[in-house]
Design a binder for this molecule. Structure first.
Ligand SMILES: Nc1ncnc2c1ncn2[C@@H]1O[C@H](COP(=O)(O)OP(=O)(O)OP(=O)(O)O)[C@@H](O)[C@H]1O
Length: 301
């Protein structure tokens, strides 16, 4: 049984013994600027531990930027962004957070096993760990269903297979938080189903938290919680059931479209009001932005 978002302790654990662990991710007033654009605007949300949270929204809405911020690789992040109780990017998070980017990071001139051996040696170095590394590599390759291809050169794999090698690398260290940027792109339906089963297995048996981006709405139904994004803002933060109930929709896709239409209508009304009163609401005034930035709790990285 999955733990609740508010109390991640195992059922039956004495509430007086230890304070509840912080959420996997906590964002307050999170803003990210890329080039001349504010790509994420004053986001407030939490990602509960031990669950699969889906990050969904149309192409360009800011999903990858948010993930990069969480794993600590994004510049010009302001506001508060805590990951597993530390500021995002803190050195203590290096082995606790796994990240798979959209572009597979594998060495083409090595086999799958050699790729994993290489990353395993970085994560868990030394002769004494050789047996453990071998077991972890074999397990990670099996997790992503590539055992029969273990000795194939990565350069000869299909795009979907290369994605799965990247995922296997992220699974090597048994991270507490796995951040996966569109891990099922380019995969056939059988592999997509198998990967989603694996994600649920990782959450249930290892108690890991998974944050998975997608713009395929049927994948939303497989998540415990959803963060629905549009144009750098969070439209909804709820379970799939709650979203459907709130909007009266049959599917998460219809619920999302309902919320997008409502947000578009609200933005139009705001624009019309601004034109009538002569107030520009589209972009924050640079001076106001500077003032906001000095108010934020965490310094710009
Ligand atoms: N280096 C950059 N400079 C300026 N703007 C950028 C830069 N990189 C991305 N952007 C803009 O930031 C916005 C968010 O991009 P991001 O990659 O986070 O979106 P996404 O939701 O992950 O899209 P996709 O689903 O297509 O991967 C986009 O509008 C994009 O054009």
């Amino acid at each position: 049984m999955m733990n609740s978002a508010s109390d991640p302790r195992p059922p039956g654990e004495d509430a007086t013994q230890a304070p509840p662990a912080p959420p996997a991710v906590r964002a307050e007033n999170l803003t990210v600027v890329r080039g001349p654009r504010t790509v994420l605007r004053t986001l407030d949300f939490t990602v509960p531990r031990g669950q699969i949270t889906g990050l969904l929204g149309p192409s360009g809405c800011g999903k990858s930027t948010l993930m990069r911020s969480i794993v600590g690789t994004q510049d010009k992040v302001t506001g508060t962004l805590d990951v597993l109780g530390h500021p995002a990017g803190h050195p203590a998070l290096r082995t606790r957070v796994g990240y798979v980017t959209q572009a597979p990071s594998v060495y083409d001139d090595l086999t799958i096993r050699q790729n994993l051996d290489y990353f395993a040696a970085i994560l868990d170095p030394g002769r004494a760990a050789a047996d453990r590394r071998h077991d972890n590599v074999t397990r990670a390759i099996a997790d992503v269903d590539l055992t029969t291809h273990a000795d194939a050169l990565a350069g000869n794999l299909s795009g979907g297979q290369r994605n799965r090698v990247s995922l296997a690398v992220a699974l090597l260290g048994t991270p507490e938080l796995l951040v996966l940027d569109e891990p099922t792109v380019g995969l056939d339906p059988v592999l997509r189903r198998d990967l989603w089963n694996l994600f649920h297995d990782i959450a249930a048996t290892r108690g890991a938290t998974l944050l998975i981006s997608s713009h395929v709405m049927d994948e939303a139904e497989r998540c415990h919680r959803l963060l629905l994004m549009r144009e750098g803002e969070i439209l909804a933060d709820a379970t799939p059931d709650a979203l459907r109930t709130r909007t009266g929709a049959d599917t998460v896709e219809s619920a999302f479209l309902h919320l997008v239409d409502a947000a578009t209508a609200a933005a139009r009304t705001k624009e019309t009001d601004a034109k009538e009163t002569g107030t520009d609401t589209k972009e924050t005034d640079p001076e106001e932005k500077r003032t906001n930035e000095t108010r934020t709790k965490e310094t710009t990285r």
